[in-house]
Design a protein around this ligand. Structure first.
Ligand code: HEM
Length: 475
């Protein structure tokens, strides 16, 4: 036996036991692999891919009733909780989804409310400029800034300052670890190991979020009938009643999924989009200079929300970034019971004998349709200025669909206005605070990496930041 092991281990001078183990693990995992997550559908076959603007508009907007369900295999919380505790992204169309979505969109994310959060944005910007100025990596710094803003909207300013920066960063890390764990469904990790890892991550989320929820619940109970209207997302969720489902309250399990979605999907999408935008501004110094002239023309100090409406070129830069690099690569729908009708809308032979119930609308392809966007691969904000083909583009896609980085129809992103505001705010203030130059010998690489839900830069952005009128900070 010893001889056999020795032979296997040292044959031809190569250690083949590890090799055999890896091969076996590879084959085992291959056999277990099912489509899941970013870019895949929930059906038992490959998803139908749609890259046509007219078909997408017809399906998602005009015939939206047949395209209301999203496959839960693409939603983080549904995977972690094994479809037991839904959030807005994963909820089946019905009373709970309606209540939770309305609560978010017409509550804390109502544009008129978000606009007023000057202090929240200024605190996050202060930390961001401090970190970038001291050479912190761009990607991490951008993510923490957006995460901080959303955490204050979610828990309140008081709770976030009580938590302190270190615990807030630990919360951020947990959200990011979760996404990473789903991205790396690598060939050599056995499925039971991945399952246990996901259960552990879900448990950690519960341990982190539920004590914070309990504190808020306790405070509101003490206040009784005279409790003030909900000021934070968590307060609004505690007060929420699901009409059409016995006026029940939101369960603790659902609360964890909803909070995780708010902090996770909300921060990652905006931060990824910000990194793409800054990368393009480093790559195109002439565009950065044009933007800086506009930024400087609005006055001194921090650019605030009212200034943004006077900055058309800033908006054009952000829109061009979302067209060229939509952070969410595809919008997914599960045809479920509506298969026949939906197949008719899509003009595909689905239903009878079809092996799939999933459709993916490809956002990157839609925004790069040469019939709509001449020279589609070029980064050219002028498209969105007067006379350009993107002038007056409607991101809700209600009237027409030219690009749809926030999705479309009844399940389109309820964070559209918030995401746009945060992008414009941070881009304007970062161009005001620093000159963004190429890092020495390190050309910006716009290659993409397809993660579980998001398309990020394959190589994180590195840049040489020159404080305006001050010293250089390499990141
Ligand atoms: C630049 C920023 C953002 C981008 C590009 C983005 C993109 C998207 C996309 C493409 C979808 C799928 C829509 C569909 O299926 O039709 C979506 C859904 C969603 N997004 Fe966003 N998003 C952003 C910011 C946010 C923010 C800030 C929040 C909340 C804090 C948020 C919360 C959600 C939720 C809850 C859904 C599910 C909606 C539903 O199923 O009814 N997003 N987002």
């Amino acid at each position: 036996m010893d001889q056999l092991i020795s032979m296997l281990t040292h044959a031809s001078g190569i250690a083949i036991l590890p090799f055999l183990f890896l091969t076996a693990a590879f084959l085992l995992t291959l056999a277990q692999r099912r489509p899941s997550g970013g870019g895949q559908g929930a059906g038992n076959g490959r998803p139908i891919l749609v890259a046509d603007r007219a078909v997408s508009h017809r399906a998602l907007v005009q015939q939206s009733a047949a395209f209301l369900e999203r496959p839960t295999s693409a939603v983080v919380s549904a995977i972690l909780s094994r479809n037991r505790h839904y959030n807005i992204l994963s909820a089946p169309y019905g009373p709970y989804w309606r209540a939770a979505r309305r609560n978010m969109a017409a509550g804390v994310l109502q544009p008129s409310r978000v606009r007023l959060l000057h202090g929240t944005r200024a605190r996050a910007l202060g930390v961001l400029v401090r970190d970038l100025g001291s050479g912190a990596p761009v990607r991490e710094s951008l993510h923490f800034a957006v995460f901080r803003v959303l955490a204050e909207i979610c828990f309140g300013e008081g709770a976030v300052s009580e938590l302190g920066e270190a615990r807030l960063r630990a919360m951020e890390k947990l959200q990011q670890d979760t996404l990473r764990a789903l991205t790396s469904s690598s060939f050599i990790t056995p499925s039971w190991f991945r399952r246990r890892r996901r259960q552990a991550l879900r448990r950690q989320q519960e341990e982190l979020f539920l004590p914070l929820v309990a504190e808020v619940r306790g405070r509101r109970r003490v206040a009784g009938d005279v409790a003030a209207p909900a000021a934070t997302y968590v307060e609004s969720l505690i007060d929420l009643r699901v009409h059409g489902d016995g006026d029940r309250a939101v369960t603790d399990g659902e609360l964890v999924s909803l909070i995780s979605e708010f902090l996770g999907a909300g921060a990652e999408s905006t931060a990824v989009a910000l990194e793409w935008t800054m990368a393009n501004l480093v790559k195109h110094p002439n565009l950065q200079q044009k933007l800086r002239l506009e930024v400087d023309a609005v006055g001194e100090g921090v650019i605030e929300e009212p200034d943004l409406s006077r900055m058309p070129y800033l908006k054009a830069v952000v829109l061009e970034s979302l067209r060229r690099h939509p952070p969410v690569p595809s919008v997914e729908r599960d045809l479920g019971g509506g298969g026949e009708e939906a197949a008719g809308v899509l003009g595909v032979p689905c239903g009878t004998g079809a092996t799939t119930t999933a459709v993916n609308f490809l956002l990157g392809e839609l925004g790069r349709d040469p019939a709509m966007w001449p020279d589609p691969m070029a980064f050219d904000p002028e498209r969105f200025m007067p006379g350009g083909e993107g002038e007056g583009v409607d991101l809700t896609c209600t009237r027409e669909l030219r690009m749809m980085p926030f999705g479309a129809g009844r399940r389109m992103c309820p964070g559209l206005a918030t995401g746009m505001l945060h992008m414009e705010y941070f881009v304007a203030n970062l161009v005001r605070a620093f000159e963004w130059r190429q890092a020495d010998g390190d050309e910006v690489d716009l290659a993409e990496f397809q993660g579980f839900l998001f398309t990020t830069m394959r190589r994180p952005l590195r840049a040489r930041l020159v404080p305006r009128g001050g010293k250089t900070a390499a990141t």
